[in-house]
Ligand binder design. Structure first.
Ligand code: MSP
Length: 509
C-alpha cells in the first residue's frame, strides 16, 4: 500500500515563530491535504528543536527554569500553526521522552559498533548555525555567511563520527534518482561539496560548555550535538507506537526545508541513517528564502519584518496561505504587508471572491435557492465543465512544493475562464427570454458545478474560504481522510438546496 510521510524542519525556539517558519509548515499542510485527495494515507510532522548552545543562552537570559521557558516557546509555535489551520499529525518537541530515548539508543548502538571515536579537535564554531565551519564557508571577513558573525575558535576533546567512508556511497545514492532533490540545482551544489573528503562530524558537546542537551549514554560528561539529536526526529516521530508503522511511513519520506539547511540534511543525515541501519529518505523539496519587499533581509531594526500573526489578524488566514503559496517556489521571494494586501484585493476579493458571490447570489435568486435541473447541457457549457475537471485532476495529481506558484496561476486561469464564460453567456438576459430557458438552466447548473469542483480543489490552499463556498453550493466539506477524489462533470445533484452565501474575501481598502 502506498503511503506518504511529510516532514518540516523542527524550529529553534530561541525566538518567536516568524513568516519563514509559518511558510514551510503551511506548505507541508497543503501537500498533506493534496496527498489525502489522491487517496494516499499521509502522516505529517512538524515541531520544535529545543536543545543546544543557542537555546541554552536564551534560557539563561530568561531566568526561567528550562522546561518552563521551552514549554512557553513551543506553545507559541504550536499556537501559530493551529491558527494557520495546519493539520499536522504530530507536533514534536526534541525534549519529548520518546525522542530522547531513541537518540540515546542510536548513540549507544553506534558507540558499541566502534563508529564513534573520542579525540581532541580545534575548529571555528558558529553558535547561530550550531556548526563548525570550514574557512571556505566563511566570507572574506572571516564571518559566517548566514549570521555575519565571526565563529569562535574552540579546542575541545569530543566524540566524533566518521563520514568519509560513506562519501562514495552518498555520491552514488544522490545520482540514483532524478526525483530525489528538487530543485535540481541543490543536488549539483551538494555533489560539488562532495568532491572534497568529508571531515569527521563532532557529535558531542562537553557539559562544561553546553549543559542543555541529550546526555551521551556512554559518557555522562557530554551531551549530544544538537543536529545529531534534531535530525533523528524524523525517525522518532514515526517510531512512537508500533514499529510496523515506522516501515510504512519511512518507506516514502519527504523532507521539506529552505535552502539554509541542505548540508546537514543531504550530507550528514543520509550517512547517519545508513550507519544506524535505516534507509535514506525518498525526497527532498527545497524552497527559497523570504526577503522583505525590495530584496532586503528582514530585520527588526529595519522594521520590515512580516509577522504571521499580524497578517492573519489583518487579512485572515487564507490570505496568508494564498500569498505564501502563490509566490514561493525554489527561489527567494519578496513579502510585505503591502504586497499581501495587493494580492488579496486583486486575486481573492476581485477575482475569486467576486466570481463566487455574483454567481451564487444570482442563481440563488433565479433558481429558488436550489441547484437547477437543466434538460440538457449545452455544448459550450459542457466544454467548460470538461476543461475545469481535467485541469483540476491534473493539479491534484501533479502538485509539488516547487511548482506551487504555477499551480496557483492555473487556478487563476480557471477563475478567469469561469468569469468570462459567465459574462459572455449573460444568463441575466436569458432568464427574461422564454425561448432561452433551457440554456439559462444549463449555464446556471454548469457554473455551480464548475465552482464546486474549483473550491474542492482549492480547499487544501484556502480551507476556510473554500468551506464557506462549498456550504453555499450545498456541498459537504472535504474530509481529512485518504479518499481519492476525481473531478468529472455533473456530480452536483439538481434540487440540492443552496446554503448561506458569505462574502469570501471582503475588499480591504
Ligand atoms: N533547528 C534547525 C532545523 C533542524 S531540522 C532537523 C533549524 N531551525 S530554524 O528555526 O532555523 O528553521 C530553519 C527553517 O525555517 C528553514 O529551513 C525554513 O524551513 C524556515 N525558514 C526560516 N526562515 C526562513 C525564511 N526567511 N524564508 C523561508 N523559510 C525560512 O534550522
Amino acid at each position: 500500500m502506498i503511503s506518504k510521510y511529510i516532514t518540516t524542519p523542527i524550529y529553534y525556539v530561541n525566538g518567536s515563530p516568524h513568516i519563514g517558519h509559518a511558510h514551510t509548515t503551511i506548505m507541508g499542510d497543503i501537500l498533506k491535504r493534496f496527498s489525502l485527495m489522491r487517496g494516499v494515507p499521509t502522516y505529517y510532522s512538524t515541531g520544535t528543536d529545543e536543545h543546544g548552545q543557542k537555546i541554552q543562552q536564551v534560557i539563561e537570559q530568561s531566568g526561567l527554569p528550562a522546561d518552563q521557558f521551552l514549554a512557553a516557546q513551543a506553545k507559541e509555535f504550536k499556537d501559530l500553526f493551529d491558527r494557520c489551520n495546519v493539520a499536522y499529525d504530530l507536533f514534536m518537541r526534541t525534549t519529548d521522552t520518546e525522542h530522547m530515548t531513541l537518540v540515546q539508543g542510536v548513540l549507544q548502538d553506534l558507540y558499541d559498533r566502534g563508529m564513534i571515536e573520542k579525540k581532541e579537535y580545534t575548529g571555528l564554531y558558529c553558535v547561530g548555525c550550531e556548526q563548525f565551519k570550514t574557512t571556505a564557508e566563511l566570507d572574506e571577513l572571516g564571518r559566517c555567511k548566514d549570521h555575519l558573525t565571526e565563529p569562535q575558535k574552540q579546542t575541545e576533546t569530543n566524540y566524533f563520527f566518521g563520514l568519509e567512508q560513506h562519501r562514495e556511497w552518498l555520491v552514488n545514492w544522490l545520482k540514483s534518482s532524478d526525483d530525489l532533490i528538487q530543485p535540481e540545482s541543490y543536488r549539483r551544489e551538494i555533489l560539488g561539496m562532495l568532491k572534497e573528503p568529508l571531515e569527521d562530524l563532532c557529535i558531542s558537546r562537553p557539559k562544561s560548555r553546553v549543559w542543555h542537551g541529550i546526555e551521551l549514554p556512554f559518557d555522562t560528561n557530554y551531551v549530544s550535538y544538537v543536529w545529531f539529536d534534531a535530525l533523528f526526529n524524523y525517525v522518532s516521530n514515526v517510531r512512537r507506537g508500533d514499529a510496523a508503522d515506522f516501515d510504512f511511513w519511512w518507506s516514502n519520506a519527504t523532507h521539506l526545508m529552505a535552502k539554509d539547511i541542505i548540508k546537514t540534511h543531504i550530507i550528514y543525515w543520509p550517512i547517519m541513517l545508513r550507519a544506524a541501519g535505516f534507509e535514506p529518505p525518498k525526497h527532498y523539496r527545497i524552497h527559497g528564502y523570504w526577503v522583505a519587499e525590495g530584496g532586503q533581509k528582514m530585520s527588526k531594526s529595519l522594521g520590515n519584518v512580516v509577522d504571521p500573526n499580524d497578517v492573519i489578524d489583518t487579512f485572515g488566514v487564507d490570505a496568508l496561505r494564498y500569498y505564501l503559496t502563490k509566490n514561493m517556489g525554489g527561489s527567494d521571494a519578496h513579502i510585505s504587508k503591502g504586497l499581501i494586501e495587493a494580492t488579496y484585493n486583486t486575486d481573492l476579493a476581485n477575482n475569486i471572491g467576486n466570481l463566487h458571490s455574483r454567481v451564487l447570489k444570482f442563481v440563488f435568486k433565479r433558481c429558488d435557492g436550489k441547484t437547477p435541473e437543466p434538460a440538457e447541457i449545452a455544448e459550450p457549457d459542457r466544454e467548460l465543465q470538461n476543461y475545469v475537471a481535467k485541469t483540476l485532476d491534473n493539479i491534484v495529481n501533479t502538485v509539488d512544493l516547487i511548482t506551487l506558484p504555477d499551480t496557483m496561476k492555473t487556478f487563476l486561469q480557471i477563475a478567469d475562464r469561469l468569469n468570462t464564460h459567465y459574462n459572455d453567456a449573460e444568463p441575466w438576459k436569458m432568464v427574461k427570454d422564454e425561448s432561452q430557458q433551457n440554456r439559462f438552466l444549463s449555464v446556471c447548473y454548469v457554473m455551480l458545478d464548475c465552482l464546486q469542483m474549483f473550491f474542492r480543489a482549492l480547499h487544501p490552499i484556502i480551507p476556510e474560504a473554500a468551506e464557506k463556498a462549498l456550504v453555499s453550493i450545498g456541498i459537504k466539506t472535504p474530509s481529512l481522510e485518504p479518499v481519492a477524489v476525481s473531478f468529472s462533470p455533473d456530480t452536483l445533484e439538481p434540487g440540492t438546496p443552496l446554503g448561506t452565501i458569505e462574502n469570501l474575501f471582503p475588499r480591504i481598502d
